[in-house]
Design a protein around this ligand. Structure first.
Ligand code: PXP
Length: 247
């Protein structure tokens, strides 16, 4: 069965919308609490919890990562850019997995895969530093064979294929088919050279089924749709519903 990584960033987005800057020892009720969200997601069947510690700390903050590390029972997947500042936190906290992503301050959420042609040496150094601590590194890349080959070359055991183009092609059957074929081929190639293949971005309750038909992914990382659905049915049920679609 495909594993489900639940990205909890947007629970922190909601918290920060009101409580950014409240001191950790304040007696104010700071809500929602992303750690509680993670624990409920685990009850719903999450196999791992993903949190993106962005350089601008716009949603998840350092203490969230520390508390997740202490409290969750599943795996902690730290999404991060290859910046010295965040690498320092990662080396202190030692998540189970690290997913290396590009970061652009203007973007609302991660927009594209990490370009390993442009960023090979820097990414290789981060993979080496994290791997030395036992962190399993994944690189978030577009479904492109050249990117996959570089991920392998620099020693990442896992890649996460960017599914955003597939999600954005919804409603355009011709483009959707092109994107699904691209993902299928990329996944097959990556597996043939020994990589573990995850995927993520823009996956939702509607498009997950067709994605699962074209490739055998190890794990899907899903955030926005689950946090949105949680507003209607609660996080535990929202996760359980997605989990049942992965069976
Ligand atoms: N995987 C990666 C690497 C991401 O950057 C994101 C978005 O933060 C996701 C998965 C989850 O995407 P979504 O929120 O669209 O499900």
């Amino acid at each position: 069965m495909v594993k489900l990584g639940v990205n909890i960033d947007h629970s922190a987005t909601l918290r920060q919308a009101r409580y950014r800057g409240v001191a950790p020892d304040s007696t104010i009720i700071v809500e929602p609490n992303p750690i509680e969200i993670a624990l409920l997601a685990e009850r719903g069947g999450a196999d791992s919890i993903t949190a993106h510690l962005r350089e601008d700390r716009r949603h998840i903050v350092d203490d969230d990562i520390r508390n997740l590390r202490k409290k969750i029972a599943t795996k902690l997947n730290l999404e991060m850019a290859c910046s010295d500042d965040v690498l320092k936190v990662a080396l202190e906290i030692v998540p189970d997995y690290a997913c290396l992503v590009p970061e652009n301050r203007e973007e609302i959420t991660t927009e594209g895969g990490l370009d390993l042609i442009q960023n090979k040496d820097k990414t290789a150094r981060v993979v080496e530093a994290l791997s030395a601590k036992g962190v399993i590194c994944s690189i978030f890349i577009d479904p492109n064979p050249q990117q996959i080959e570089i991920a392998k070359e620099i020693g990442a055991p896992t890649i996460e294929l960017h599914t955003g183009a597939y999600a954005n092609a919804w409603g355009n059957d011709v483009q959707k088919k092109i994107e699904l074929e691209r993902l299928a081929k990329a996944s097959e190639f990556a597996k043939s050279i020994g990589l573990t293949v995850n995927s993520g971005h823009g996956i939702n309750y509607q498009n997950v089924g067709e994605l699962l038909q074209v490739a055998d992914f190890n794990e899907l990382n899903i955030g926005h749709t689950i946090i949105s659905r949680a507003l209607y049915v609660g996080i535990e049920k929202a996760v359980a519903e997605m989990k049942s679609l992965l069976k």
